[in-house]
Design a protein around this ligand. Structure first.
Ligand SMILES: [Zn+2]
Length: 243
């Protein structure tokens, strides 16, 4: 991510977080929270008695805010405005999205600020990947598609048709590799297909769906918001009746 810093000061501000990870004063999630939701001081609790507070100067906070925007723009352009996993459009006129750590920062904290490990993930894929893949990952080989691998070609794993008109929405994915099949199953693309069809027939539900996705997105971006995100995720599953 240092390649997107504009000067040595910004590099130093970013290095502060990298060093805190290296010294194990912060884990990847905490450092990412300090970066993506900057504050004058951040306190992280690891149990009842272990609470750590870190202070950040105004210029450090400004660096994190500006650099995050640059990273977002870089990834959005690199991914042509679509989720790296489901390829749905994201952004202002599409679905809510996140800066996604391909190898999870919870398991590979040294890659938290590595640009090569970052991509665009919609809220749906981000949520399912966190729950079903990241939590159980051992090592660096993902069982699903890895869009950050050199030479990665999406269509070698998954193909899809997405059609939307005024009164109809339709999406269907097909997989053509073991990683593609695993992506379809574990990231619950069946729910995506279902939500396309149901939302297309019932616009108010589509609006509710989008609101829930955006709220989940807000919850996911903060360490403290995980509980809210999980609650909304359960609500979404109950609407589309998937277990
Ligand atoms: Zn997606």
């Amino acid at each position: 991510m240092k390649s997107l810093c504009v000067d040595g000061d910004e590099e130093n501000h970013l290095q502060k977080l990298i060093d805190l990870i290296r010294s194990k004063d912060m884990d990847g999630g905490e450092a990412w929270s300090a970066f993506s939701a900057p504050a004058a001081s951040k306190t992280f609790k690891r149990g009842e008695a272990d609470s750590r507070t870190f202070d950040f100067s105004p210029v450090e906070r400004a660096t994190y805010k500006n650099l995050r925007q640059r990273v977002q723009n870089h990834l959005f352009n690199k991914c042509a405005g679509s989720c790296a996993y489901c390829r749905r459009p994201v952004g202002h006129y599409g679905w809510a999205w996140h800066i996604e750590h391909v190898l999870p920062k919870s398991k590979h904290s040294s890659l938290t600020f590595s640009l090569d490990n970052l991509t665009v993930g919609c809220v749906h894929c981000n949520q399912w990947k966190g729950a079903r893949i990241d939590r159980y990952l051992v090592g660096k080989i993902l069982p699903i598609i890895n869009p950050s691998l050199p030479g990665f070609i999406y269509s070698a794993h998954l193909t899809y048709v997405q059609i939307s008109t005024d009164s109809l929405s339709f999406a269907k994915y097909s997989h053509c590799s073991p990683e593609g099949a695993k992506t379809y199953k574990e990231l619950s693309f069946e729910m995506l297909e279902r939500s396309y069809a149901i939302n297309g027939m019932h616009p108010p539900l589509a609006s509710l769906h989008e609101k829930i996705e955006r709220a989940i997105g807000v919850g996911l971006s903060a360490v403290e918001g995980q509980g809210l995100a999980e609650l909304l995720f359960e609500l979404k599953k109950s609407i589309y009746k998937l277990n």
